[in-house]
Design a protein around this ligand. Structure first.
Ligand code: IMP
Ligand code: MG
Length: 343
């Protein structure tokens, strides 16, 4: 059984939470493990009308049987983590790598009040200052924190062992490709690389162990904080199109722009995407809301999907058609069979 990594193709908030929650419920991984920066990310998913938000646990918490792990590369906000563990009653299935970094109050304070943070428009979660301290080798790590001792584990070993044993592992990326410290719109980026390779490195998985890279692209582009956004709409126009969103972590309004094929193509390249999950197609084409089959999509929606596949040379295998995790068209089996036939 394979390992799949799910990453964002734009500036975060592409709908990774929903896609991961769906994949977990559908594919039943034995382990879901989170890479990425840390609690600056907010992932949202809705099941049967109830909405959940997570900033530390993998969104696969939606599926109640998998182990929930956090890789060494990730930063932990202990307060946020413990709250989520309690909310989801996940005590017995959480493992935090011994060497995950720890965000302290001083990091949050600096991130909320420094001039540089305000220029970048950070989330104020303490992530940047904590990663700076990690680079200086001053940062505390999870094994230094008493209240985490029941949750500690050797995540890289556990994940590699599960794969050796033929189990299925779902890897959750956070943020989005163009927030990458290396490959994004520097300096208006987050404090680490967040492309697929780094997400895997965060959890201690080598490049040959990943079978699928699922790139999540939203049907339009949004961005919070500073930095260039090509084709940015006015607030009124974004509202008129129903593209005005509010950020999960900070409550800030997101800026919006139309789907960007050039950025998407570059994200495909930077992440070596093998599949595309296209979210929120119902916002562009309301007639597609709640569709569960490809045949239910309108001509315009199909044309949009076709143009993405043609220009990006990657198949769109999952299509989000509404808020609920089951508002989705899952074409993975069909596309796999198509590919076999071509071979
Ligand atoms: P930081 O990661 O809090 O340092 O923020 C740096 C930039 O990344 C800011 O523009 C944030 O709004 C953005 N950012 C960080 N994490 C996320 C995320 O999960 N979704 C969307 N934007 C994010
Ligand atoms: Mg988010």
């Amino acid at each position: 059984m394979p390992a799949s990594v799910v990453v964002g193709g734009f500036f975060g908030d592409e709908g990774k939470g929903k896609i991961i929650a769906y994949l977990a419920l559908k594919d039943k991984p034995s382990i879901a493990v989170r890479g990425g920066v840390g609690p600056n990310a907010g992932h949202t998913f809705t099941i049967n009308g109830k909405t959940y938000k997570v900033r530390m646990l993998p969104s696969a918490v939606a599926y109640d049987k998998c182990m929930l792990m956090i890789g060494a590369g990730v930063l932990i906000d202990v307060h946020v983590l413990l709250k989520e563990v309690e909310e989801f009653n996940a005590q017995s299935r959480v493992r935090v790598d011994h060497q995950a970094g720890i965000i302290e109050d001083k990091h949050k304070h600096e991130d909320k009040h420094s001039k540089q943070s305000s220029i970048i428009g950070t989330t104020g979660s303490g992530s940047g200052p904590a990663n700076a301290d990690r680079a200086l080798r001053l940062l505390k790590v999870a094994k230094d924190i008493d209240v985490l001792k029941d949750y500690l584990g050797d995540v890289s070993y556990l994940v590699n062992k599960a794969l050796d044993d033929g189990e299925y592992v779902l890897i959750e990326g956070t943020q989005g490709t163009f927030l990458s410290l290396y490959h994004g719109t520097y300096p208006y980026v987050t404090s680490k690389d967040v492309t697929a390779s780094s997400i895997c490195a965060d959890i201690g998985l080598g490049p040959k162990r990943v079978d699928d890279v699922i790139l999540v692209l939203k049907s339009y582009v949004t961005r919070v904080g500073s930095g260039h956004l090509e084709g940015e709409l006015s607030r009124d126009e974004a509202a008129r199109r129903g593209w005005l969103e509010v950020a999960t972590v900070t409550g800030r309004e997101r800026r919006a722009a139309p789907f960007n094929f050039n950025l998407a193509a570059r994200a495909v390249m930077l992440n070596s995407a093998t599949q595309i999950a296209l979210t929120k197609i119902d916002i562009l084409f309301p007639e597609c809301k709640h569709a569960k089959e490809y045949g239910e999509l309108s001509k315009d929606a199909k044309e949009f999907i076709r143009s993405i596949e043609e220009r990006l040379k990657v198949k769109v295998t999952l299509i989000g058609t509404g808020e609920d995790v089951y508002d989705i068209i899952d074409l993975r089996e069909e596309k796999r069979r198509e590919k076999e036939k071509v071979k």
